[in-house]
Design a protein around this ligand. Structure first.
Ligand SMILES: O=P(O)(O)OC[C@H]1O[C@](O)(CO)[C@@H](O)[C@@H]1O
Length: 383
């Protein structure tokens, strides 16, 4: 299990280098008062040098967190597993800015200013305009371009423009490429239910929604269930508010191709072909292996679950320093449905990479597991 207590490690850097900057950005983005500001500063200090304390007894999720953190309360943050500690950090951050408390700040997403700025940016207009170029491509080529957009949207600096031209960033950036398996399985189960577990809002969620539209319009999916976070999480993770903002961004885009996608998604939600759902487990500090029975039952019977992003990947295969050649099918085999991961590599965890690819990546001397430059499309089928 990866922990945060090894100075110089990626996980240590998240708490000691990334979080201080993040906290400053959060405090600069909205005019919080002295109480909120002090609570945020306290959290930053606690999470690097303090001990773990559970949420207040009066908090709605006190009992839940007592259970999730059994054995950790009273111990230093540094001893907590990385995945657990990051999740709890975001829970405490919401607490600090008054997200849960009755009052003026209740329900105000501290990350909304970042998400809105990204969605409003001119870069998004350009990306959406590039969508129309994809309309002229042969079906399979278009499908691959949309899949690549959703994949590289997780890197959030590349999207339709690149995929329209070249079919995605260079092939060597994709360190495991099971796109063909994914498409053939979706073809085999044509018309089934596909679950998409979203990651980030903005420039990742937009291409996710375009891919969803493609799956529905082409009949590969009869129904799509899009899972989002129940509350703000890991800065840019998508919530229902973000889904609505993205659908609206598409619907009102100057590009007719994008606006048509927006209108179709709206109607798909009207008809129930596209359902957005959430569950407290999506903000839980646990791997999918430990998902509760009701969520497991929801996934069961789906033709495919598509999990987006780095955090979902860590939760799927387990937040461990696996040898990268470990089988993806085996580590993800516990998931109740066939599962596909579309993920750019932003943390140490990776499996399912061919030995010669690992040798090559290691020989580059670059932090290939964490730089966000590389990606995987991996599929575990239950056969
Ligand atoms: O948005 P994504 O792709 O899930 O990435 C989240 C990742 O960012 C980090 O919080 C910090 O880089 C990782 O620990 C985490 O896995």
């Amino acid at each position: 299990m990866i922990r945060i207590d090894a100075p110089g490690s990626f996980a240590w850097g998240v708490f000691h280098e990334r979080h201080p900057k993040l906290v400053q950005q959060v405090l600069d983005a909205l005019p919080y008062g002295p109480a909120e500001r002090a609570a945020v500063e306290r959290l930053l200090a606690d999470s690097t040098t303090g001990v773990l304390e559970p949420p207040a007894e009066s908090d709605h999720d006190h009992a839940q967190w007592l259970e999730w953190g059994a054995g950790l309360w009273g111990r230093p943050w540094s001893e907590a597993p990385f995945l657990w500690a990051e999740s709890y950090f975001y829970r405490r951050l919401l607490d600090a800015i008054g997200y849960f408390r009755p009052g003026a700040w209740q329900g105000v997403d501290p990350f909304a200013p970042f998400k809105s700025a990204e969605l409003a940016g001119a870069a998004v207009d350009e990306e959406l305009a590039a969508l129309s170029e994809l309309d002229g491509l042969p079906t399979m080529r278009r499908a691959d371009a949309l899949l690549s957009s959703a994949l590289w949207g997780n890197r959030a600096d590349l999207s339709f423009q690149i995929t329209a031209e070249a079919g995605g960033p260079t092939a060597s950036d994709l360190v495991a490429d099971e796109r063909a398996i994914l498409w053939s399985e979706l073809e085999r189960t044509r018309g089934g239910r596909i679950c998409v577990v979203a990651d980030n809002a903005g420039r990742e969620l937009l291409p996710d929604l375009v891919l969803i539209d493609h799956l529905l319009s082409g009949g590969l999916a009869g129904r799509i269930v899009l899972y989002v976070k129940p509350q703000p999480y890991f800065v840019s993770d998508a919530t229902m508010t973000d889904v609505l903002a993205s659908v609206e961004r598409l619907r009102t885009a100057p590009s007719e191709a994008a606006a048509a996608v927006g209108r179709r998604l709206w109607h798909a939600m009207n008809s129930g072909a596209l359902v957005v759902r959430t569950h407290p487990f999506f903000c839980a500090p646990l791997p999918y292996h430990d998902m509760p029975a009701d969520l497991r039952a929801e996934f069961t019977g789906a033709a495919m679950a598509i999990l987006k992003g780095d955090l979902n990947y860590r939760r799927l295969v387990g937040d461990q320093l696996w040898p990268p050649t470990t089988s993806f099918t085996e580590t993800a085999g516990h998931f109740p449905t066939p599962v596909a991961a579309l993920r750019t590599l932003k943390s140490d965890v990776v499996v399912g990479v061919a030995p010669d690819t690992v040798t090559h990546l290691d020989s580059t001397g670059t932090p290939w597991r964490t730089s966000g430059r590389h990606a995987v499309v991996q599929v575990a089928l239950h056969r």
